[in-house]
Design a protein around this ligand. Sequence first.
Ligand code: 6PG
Length: 245
Amino acid sequence: MTAGNNPSVSFRQRLDARVSRCSSVADLAAAVAERFAVLIQQAIADRGRASIVLSGGRTPESYLSAIAAGALPWQRLDFFLSDERWVDEDSPYSNAALIRRALLARDGPSKAHFTAMKNSAATAASGVAAAVAALPPLEQHYDLALLGMGADGHFASLFPGMADLARWLESDNAERLVAVPAPSTAPPPIPRLSMTAAEIKRSRNIVLVLQGKEKMRVLEQAAIEGDVLALPVRALGEVEVIWCP
Ligand code: 6PG
């Protein structure tokens, strides 16, 4: 097979065209903050406000403070979560606590509006309706989704092997959130509530932020056509990526 008609070469070239390769975590944080500011200023210019979906986990620790240092009209920003572990905010596993600590604690960002996903329901499954009610109207698209990816190819809390995964990855699924049992393929093993792929794909822009060679290897594998159930990140399509080793 020659390079010219080798689909993996075309996928790789297309992958390279959408990946910003940073040399360090500091460079990654600066790149994310810069891209965030550009997309948010555009949203505010177009519609007066900007709505952003943030993810949790460890990677956001490396860039949220760089975003928080930006000179933005924070009172015009509305933040949401892509997913949440079903724990209260005093838990070290809470994504809402991460956002409040790493982004919203600073004077400027404290003026932004943040909608946490965890509510008073005892379980994620019983909390779905109230969490959906807290989301923006269905016809209102998010301006940016800043997502991570696990080494198993999951995004949000849409994990390989989870029940009915195909349904949660479908682009035209009207369901907005899904209760997810404790995953076995990525830590922490805590039940979650997650946006569906359809909910996330209502974002005008999606940026994946990844750290490490293992995740780049997974991303390269995902860029070659294959089973979306094996690597759920494939459901996002050819989105922007900001990466560092
Ligand atoms: C979560 C996140 C999740 C995260 C990936 C990557 O609740 O864990 O929303 O989707 O983005 O698991 O996590 P790391 O950045 O910790 O590798």
